[in-house]
Design a protein around this ligand. Structure first.
Ligand code: HEM
Length: 524
């Protein structure tokens, strides 16, 4: 090897090295430019609690304990403050008056969802309800609400579907024989079955392998969404080797849910669709609406394809079904788990609740919706559970469509807003002792049950939860029937599980075991 060859190699290596360095520098410059806080020194922007870090802004500061950090920053900055998430301007809204002003008075300016990486990974960006905006969102939301109301959300048809499943749930719990158990999965499976019967008109055996596989996948997706939250603001991280943030797994699991479960179910419904028959379930009713629009546009002599006139189509139906599963099962299931955990810690409240069930319903029949107005203590316990658990502490994010003027500040167009439901449900000014489980707070001096307008676990405004009536019905029927038959007891006498939340798609309690002991076997 001559000296010339060696120096040629060195030259070419250093040229390549310089090129790589230059590229790296350009990438860093681009990242720095695109992640610079847009409004840092602009007047009239809600204040920043601390100076943002380069690139990440405030993201890493809130990662460990978002709830605690937000509550602390509210104390330091007041009800409205700005954050920077990797260059994205975020405004956090706190307190009932401010949430009401922005979400209700300026309702039309805050209906857009941000284009999060998660929505793209889940293949749901601008599809279905949760991740859609504008015309798609309006039409899908209206269709879904109409269908749910037709099926009696808050009325009898829905109640009988839920009660059927409650019976199976009670039998399964009876089989545990009062032994220490974690009933989180059992509860999740049961609630998912209610959603199945509403969406596709059929329920599954709890040990059906196909159903188990689907519930397992949905539960994985819900957990993985929590783990990938950082990616929403720093999408470049998904390219890291090793799938550190599980984004690729999340994508695979979501497309499995579509391929194995959702699309075949839609196809079966389409194959059996008969427009002259009354719709039997949600999918059928959606196909009916598609058919009606199709017929209307044809009768008007339009030559355009229906898909141009309406957003009701297979793709959006797929997304709506996934939305209802994702938003409707984990939320209700974890609220039931929170209620049982609170009752473990508050045996006196459990006794009071049981006495009312015994007096109003007795023990020879299951509670029904007609009992609800009389089971006021249970209703108060459910509301107190939802308030204290605050399972959706930051609701879902929205984007501001044009500048909003509030409290002497401007929330600039394009900012993301985070309405902190924690700040309302845990507000000392409103509740006095917000961290205490005290269902009595929902009764007035005359002993009548009251629901204050600032009780907002389902959020507020135009994007308020569409499943509120269904969730309330499920919570009432599951908990009244469960607590009528079983006494909630600690797994080990004197050793209570800690009250601690884990952050996923919602805030569920950390896993815990308990004993559900039959109260009076002879009565049944
Ligand atoms: C305890 C149970 C539940 C709680 C606490 C809850 C809470 C919420 C919250 C806080 C939002 C965000 C609203 C916003 O963007 O401001 C929401 C949205 C939504 N929820 Fe629920 N939810 C529950 C049960 C359900 C059920 C059973 C369904 C099934 C139909 C459902 C379907 C939805 C949908 C589709 C949205 C998106 C609405 C939109 O973007 O327009 N939820 N929910």
């Amino acid at each position: 090897v001559t000296m010339d060859t060696v120096s040629a190699v060195i030259n070419s290596v250093s040229a390549t090295g310089s090129l790589v360095l230059l590229l790296l520098g350009l990438v860093c410059f681009y990242l720095w430019r695109s992640s610079r806080p847009r409004y840092l020194n602009k007047a009239n922007i809600p204040p920043y609690p601390t100076r943002p870090w380069p690139f990440f802004g405030h993201l890493l500061m809130v990662r460990k304990d978002p709830r605690g950090t937000f509550l602390r920053w509210r104390q330091e900055c007041g009800d409205i403050f700005s954050l920077d998430f990797c260059g994205k301007h975020v405004v956090v809204l706190n307190g009932y008056p401010l949430l009401k002003e922005v979400l209700i008075r300026h309702a039309d300016l805050v209906t857009v969802r941000p284009k999060t990486l998660m929505a793209v990974v889940l293949d749901e960006y601008n599809k279905g309800i949760i991740n859609a905006s504008g015309r798609v969102w309006k039409e899908q939301r209206t269709a879904a609400l109409t269908i749910l109301r037709t099926f009696g959300m808050g009325k009898n048809i829905m109640a009988s579907k839920i009660r059927e499943e409650v019976n199976v749930y009670l039998e399964e719990i009876g089989k545990l024989g009062g032994r220490p158990s974690d009933i989180r999965v059992l509860t999740g499976v049961s609630i998912s079955n209610v959603i199945c019967s509403i969406i596709m008109g059929r329920k599954f055996e709890h040990d059906d392998p196909f159903f188990r596989q689907m519930v397992g996948l949905v539960s994985k997706i819900v957990t993985q969404i929590g783990g990938t939250a950082l990616l929403n603001h720093l999408p470049v991280l998904r390219h890291l080797p090793g799938d550190l943030f599980q984004a690729r797994q999340l994508q695979r699991n979501t497309s499995d849910v579509s391929d194995i479960f959702v699309n075949p179910v839609i196809d079966r419904h389409k194959a059996n669709f008969d427009p002259s028959q009354e719709p039997a379930d949600f999918i059928d009713a959606y196909l009916h609406q598609m058919h009606v629009r199709d017929t209307c546009s044809n009768s008007k002599g339009s030559n355009e394809k229906t898909s141009l006139n309406t957003t009701l189509n297979d793709e959006n139906l797929n997304a709506v079904i996934k939305n209802i599963f994702a938003a409707g099962s984990e939320t209700t299931g974890s609220t039931i788990m929170w209620c049982l955990l609170f009752l473990l810690h508050h045996p006196h409240e459990q006794d009071k609740l049981y006495s009312q069930i015994e007096a109003v319903v007795g023990t020879h029949r299951l509670p029904e919706m007609a009992d609800r107005p009389y089971l006021t203590y249970l209703t108060a316990v459910i509301m107190e559970t939802q308030r204290l658990a605050s399972i959706a502490p930051f609701s879902f994010q929205r984007v501001v469509a044009s500048d909003i003027h509030v409290k002497g500040y401007i929330i600039p167009e394009g900012s993301v807003i985070i309405p902190s439901l924690d700040s309302v449900l845990w507000d000392k000014e409103l509740w006095g002792d917000p961290q205490t489980f005290r269902p009595e707070r929902f009764f007035d001096k005359s002993g009548a049950l009251v629901q204050p307008e600032y009780f907002v676990p389902f959020s507020m405004g135009k994007r308020v939860c569409i499943g509120e009536a269904l969730a309330k019905m499920e919570l009432f029927l599951y908990l009244s029937s469960l607590l009528q038959r079983f006494k909630v007891m600690p797994a080990e006498e004197g050793a209570l599980p800690e009250i601690r939340a884990k952050f996923g798609m919602t805030c569920a309690p950390e896993d815990f075991t308990l004993r559900l002991v039959e109260r009076n076997k002879r009565d049944r």
